[in-house]
Design a protein around this ligand. Structure first.
Ligand SMILES: CC(C)(COP(=O)(O)OP(=O)(O)OC[C@H]1O[C@@H](n2cnc3c(N)ncnc32)[C@H](O)[C@@H]1OP(=O)(O)O)[C@@H](O)C(=O)NCCC(=O)NCCS
Length: 287
């Protein structure tokens, strides 16, 4: 990539949408920074591993647009990291990439978290808003004695089955990365049954707690509190709007709302699964 980055010149864009590889990671991070997103290398590496990263280049070979499709079987898929270098904005690149990804997704229900920049484009393509993700950031005050325990390899089968029920799709190729990707994974176990789990992973300027899947809000609080107690520094929680009581609890304990995005779905009126037990995504890019 040229030293100046993707936003500093005005050439023409090569017509072909291509699959990017981890060789392109530095270019993707530069593109993200061009749009004032953080250079989240750890997160992009996971997305390269579990999804397909599509991109467009200009004639100089710079990556000037990206979008990632992560499939959960044939019925559900997530789209993320939809980015177009500011210099190339409003020329139809975002729309072309999105149309390509929707074709690739076939009959799957596709979801994403939309920023205000992306939302009009997604609406034009047929996505409908179904909810809000509230991002909270801060240092969580201590919550009391631990009510959950660290996950052990023997929990994996139950954890995968629980996650599949709640998400309505098999996400095992993503969850199998958690022992390496995450800093910790904890579970709620009652009478030998894993009824909830949560993980935390390090991002650029905080530790993201997610996913959080739990039988009820009390168990979600226990998982979040026990994980936060192991973390030195600010945590990020992308709290699903279906659970306002959890947002009030987080805000009241030093983790206020910082921003929000719109959850949008294409190809179905709702997300599959048992979303009452779905409190926090692994990350917005993956649900
Ligand atoms: C959101 C984003 C990806 C859109 O990319 P883009 O390439 O500008 O998207 P498009 O050009 O396909 O569409 C954007 C607008 O330009 C218009 N447009 C497209 N081609 C055009 C042309 N040749 N002339 C004039 N307008 C045009 C579209 O109609 C669309 O209008 P609308 O927003 O009123 O519906 C880009 O703004 C971006 O990277 N934003 C920052 C990161 C971000 O928020 N990403 C979304 C994450 S959910």
């Amino acid at each position: 990539m040229r030293a100046g980055g993707p936003g500093d010149h005005d050439g023409s864009v090569i017509d072909r949408i291509e699959r990017l590889s981890t060789d392109d990671l530095p270019a993707c991070l530069a593109l993200a920074e061009n749009r004032e997103w953080l250079p989240e290398a750890h997160k992009w590496r996971l997305l390269f591993a579990v999804g397909t990263v599509y991109g467009l280049r200009d004639e100089a070979g710079d990556v000037v647009a990206t979008a990632i499709l992560t499939r959960y079987g044939t019925r559900l898929a997530a789209i993320s990291m939809v980015l177009v270098a500011s210099r190339y904005g409003r020329r139809g690149l975002g729309g072309r990439l999105m149309t390509h990804l929707l074709d690739e997704a076939g009959d799957a229900t596709v979801f994403l978290n939309a920023t205000p920049y992306g939302r009009p484009l997604y609406e034009r393509l047929g996505f409908v808003p179904i909810g809000t993700t509230h991002t909270h950031v801060g240092r969580l005050e201590p919550t009391g004695p631990a009510a959950t325990r660290p996950a052990v390899p023997g929990d994996l089968a139950m954890l995968l089955a629980l996650d599949a029920r709640v998400n309505g799709a098999d996400r095992s190729h993503v969850l199998r990365t958690l022992p390496d990707f995450a800093e910790c994974v904890r579970v709620v176990e009652r009478r030998g049954i894993v009824s909830g789990y949560a993980a935390a992973w390090r991002n650029v300027d905080n530790v993201v707690i997610g996913p959080v899947i739990a039988a009820d809000a009390a168990d979600a609080r226990a998982l979040i509190g026990d994980i936060a107690a192991t973390i030195d520094g600010p945590v990020r929680l992308d709290l699903d709007g279906r659970h306002p009581e959890l947002r009030r609890w987080a805000a009241g304990r030093g983790v206020p709302e910082w921003g929000s995005t719109t959850v949008m779905v294409y190809g179905a009126p709702e997300l599959p699964g048992d979303r009452d037990r779905w409190f926090v995504p692994l990350m917005q890019a993956l649900g």
